[in-house]
Ligand binder design. Structure first.
Ligand code: ACO
Length: 344
């Protein structure tokens, strides 16, 4: 009996010792911002040959927000960043890393992240953009996590922000009805964990890309090719066909890496591109419909901003609570795709 107690104590001590060396990137605050101008499907019916019925049936989208003239991606990002800082009870002085995931930057350079850094009054640390289109937020969370768990940085602002309205061909009904503008941000903080899946924070991340799919979803301009900004072009059916298998593959990887299953999830917060892709992915993995957070109806596809916008909505309305297990995933141009399993 005594020997058993001693062994248990040793085991507990060992766990504690290991735990003292395991850093986790914990979500400490979240915020979001949508431009004031809300555009409904009925509004779009006046601009292109489309209908509310077609858009809702094919995508689930009812509204999107469009940035005002002169309102840039960094402005949306700054609103979201300030909201996340306030939610975390922190100021810009407490942050040492800013990553902005965007494919619609204010300028070719400098980065949108440095514009945000200046706007929030942060004159130290590092700031950079990350471009992985709709997978941008999952990529940025992954990169920030690597910085934080290495011990090199203490707190990161991870922002997804887009003004895709500037990349759309407003005469092309096959794309212009799908996208919107917005921004979402989280504050990630390095905290000690025990190394178990019960820890709060980012538990595992899985990123993929395959550049052979360029022509299925791309912008037909850029500084080095056409010297123009260009317009978004998409082969919608092909994107749809790949999306479900790609995002479910990386979620299966996340479950395998953490010895968890779909049944362990409290919330599934997918990239908000299309309701049918979301439902098909959840069904394939056996994720219960009541665990899915859907906001695509209210803001359309906001690319890198869509996941933090959905997360912010579900935190604000009390669905996502500390300690709960949350899966995020996305797929986008490139193709890029990825997942992150986070204990809130
Ligand atoms: N309104 C009315 N009719 C339309 C519209 C519109 N806005 N757009 C296309 N149509 C018409 C087409 O012209 C076509 O007409 P036709 O049969 O006379 O030729 C018909 O509707 C069907 O078009 P499809 O392209 O076959 O429609 P589909 O059922 O594939 O739906 C959609 C199109 C919604 C784009 C779908 O393919 C899709 O959701 N794909 C995934 C796209 C996506 O989510 N991309 C983003 C993911 S990656 C990222 O986030 C960047």
């Amino acid at each position: 009996m005594q020997a058993h107690d001693t062994r248990s104590a040793a085991k507990r001590t060992n766990t504690l010792t290991l735990g003292q060396t395991k850093l986790r990137s914990v979500i400490r605050g979240i915020g979001s911002y949508l431009p004031v101008n809300k555009v409904s499907n009925a509004d779009l019916e006046k601009m292109v040959d489309t209908s509310d019925d077609w858009i809702v049936q094919r995508t689930g989208i009812r509204n999107r927000h469009i940035a005002a003239e002169g309102e840039t991606t960094s402005m949306l990002a700054t609103h979201a960043a300030n909201a996340a800082l306030a939610n975390a009870g922190l100021t810009a002085q407490d942050i040492d890393l800013v990553i902005v995931a965007t494919s619609s930057p204010d300028y070719t350079f400098p980065s949108t992240a440095t514009q945000v850094q200046a706007a929030i009054g942060m004159h130290h640390g590092a700031a950079f953009d990350l471009q992985a289109v709709c997978s941008g937020f999952v990529y940025a969370i992954t990169v920030a996590d690597k910085f934080l768990i290495s011990g090199s940085h203490k707190r990161a602002l991870v922002i997804g922000a887009e003004t895709f309205s500037r990349l759309l061909d407003w005469n092309d009904r096959t794309t212009c009805v799908l996208f919107g503008d917005g921004a979402g941000a989280v504050v990630l903080e390095a905290q000690q964990g025990t190394g178990s899946v019960q820890d709060r924070g980012v538990l595992t991340t899985h990123l993929r890309s395959d550049g052979r799919h360029r022509e299925k979803l791309y912008v037909d301009g850029g500084p080095s090719s056409t010297k123009t900004v260009g317009h978004l072009r998409m082969q919608g059916k092909d994107v749809f066909r790949h999306a479900v298998s790609m995002v479910t593959d990386v979620m299966v990887d996340a479950f395998a890496a953490t010895n968890t299953t779909a049944a362990d999830l409290d919330w599934f917060v997918p990239h908000q591109a299309n309701r049918r892709i979301i439902d098909a992915s959840a069904e394939k993995l056996g994720i219960a419909p009541e665990k899915i957070v859907v906001t695509v109806d209210q803001h359309g596809n906001t690319s890198a901003a869509s996941i933090p916008l959905a997360l912010a909505t579900a935190v604000a309305d009390g669905r996502i609570k500390p300690g709960q297990l949350v899966m995020i995933e996305a797929m986008g141009g490139g193709f890029t795709w990825g997942s992150a399993l986070i204990r809130w």
